[in-house]
Design a protein around this ligand. Structure first.
Ligand code: ADP
Length: 305
């Protein structure tokens, strides 16, 4: 309620928010407000719209719980398939023909993508339900990066792409959830590889930034500093300017990515954005079609936690 009272004194802004009414039944009310002016621009007052959103929020929660349940249930059979496939691949006495081996290889790859998808969906449902808790400790950035490289290196090598790492030794330790930041690197590097032709180049660069003027051009205005700035750059297909604002939305995939039949779910960047934001950082990009993309993210340097 305080937000509503505070803000209604400001006559220029529109705003929306929600609050709860507790009583015998709990209700959630969403409101929206807009200043109203005459044709000549004189302020008449403020229009408030209040809407009972209890039911839609309950439905939304049910949907999230259902999706989470399905994703968890898929995990068990997937792990069993993966196990069986690995046994087939590792068995030296296997009687599989050359064709058979290739089929097993395809199953292995698809199981990997399915597993990644299930992991993304679980992460996303947790984010939506507000159930993400960061397990933070001081870690060097390279600890998270190396964890990601363990899983991503083989994808990059398979495409004969060059990976360049420019991570200075003297970066401060960061107050991070290492697994979550590893996931950020995994998603950005998997994308950089997927959306770049065979033989292309991927670059990961990090630097400490203390002053806003040391950020790259066109960085967001509200980056928390000091921070470590990370760039994941590729020489790939790039992203059209009109689509750049949308790629962080869940399930959004560019027309180009779909036309080229590059596999993906459209969830990876949603997760990247959530994890970086939870750490107090920002994520943005610079890209041009056919000229490659650079994704930037920051992690604030927090001392004395
Ligand atoms: P996906 O699983 O489809 O890769 P993401 O959420 O990771 O989902 O990315 C959303 C979309 O943004 C992708 O489908 C693709 O169209 C575009 N995209 C992401 N990263 C890159 C990149 N490095 N180069 C070109 N396009 C990209």
């Amino acid at each position: 309620m305080n937000v509503l009272l505070n803000f209604s004194g400001d006559y220029a802004q529109s705003a929306s928010y929600e609050f709860e009414i507790s009583g015998t039944t709990r209700r959630v009310v969403r409101w929206y407000s807009e200043p109203v002016h005459t044709y000549s621009g004189a302020l008449l007052g403020r229009l408030f719209v209040f809407r009972d959103a209890t039911h839609e929020l309950a439905l939304d929660r049910t949907k999230t719980e259902f999706v989470s349940l399905v994703a968890h249930e898929l995990g068990t059979p997937l792990a069993a398939i993966k196990n069986a496939v690995e046994m087939l691949q590792d068995d030296p006495s296997s009687l599989l023909s050359e064709d058979g081996r290739q089929y097993v290889q395809i199953i292995a790859q698809r199981v990997e993508s399915l597993e990644a998808l299930v992991k993304d969906i679980i992460a996303l449902t947790r984010i939506e339900a507000g159930r993400i808790e960061l397990r933070r400790a001081y870690h060097p950035l390279s600890a998270a990066l190396n964890e990601a490289l363990n899983s991503v290196r083989s994808i990059i090598q398979a495409r004969k792409q060059q990976l360049i790492l420019e991570i200075p030794d003297n970066l401060p330790a960061l107050w991070i959830d290492r697994n979550r930041i590893a996931q950020v690197f995994t998603n950005l590097l998997t994308n950089a590889s997927k959306y770049t032709h065979d033989g292309g180049t991927l670059l990961v660069r990090a630097a400490r930034v203390d002053r806003a003027e040391d950020l790259p051009e066109n960085s967001p205005a509200d980056v928390r500093l000091p921070a470590v700035l990370v760039m994941v750059q590729d020489t790939g297909i790039g992203i059209a300017p009109e689509e750049q604002a949308r790629i962080f939305e869940r399930f959004y995939r560019t027309e180009d990515a779909r036309k080229r039949r590059i596999q993906g779910s459209g969830l990876g960047l949603t997760i990247v954005e959530s994890f970086v934001t939870l750490h107090g950082g920002k994520v943005w990009l610079r890209s041009a079609p056919l000229q490659g993309s650079s994704f930037f993210f920051t992690l604030p340097i927090v001392e004395g936690q």
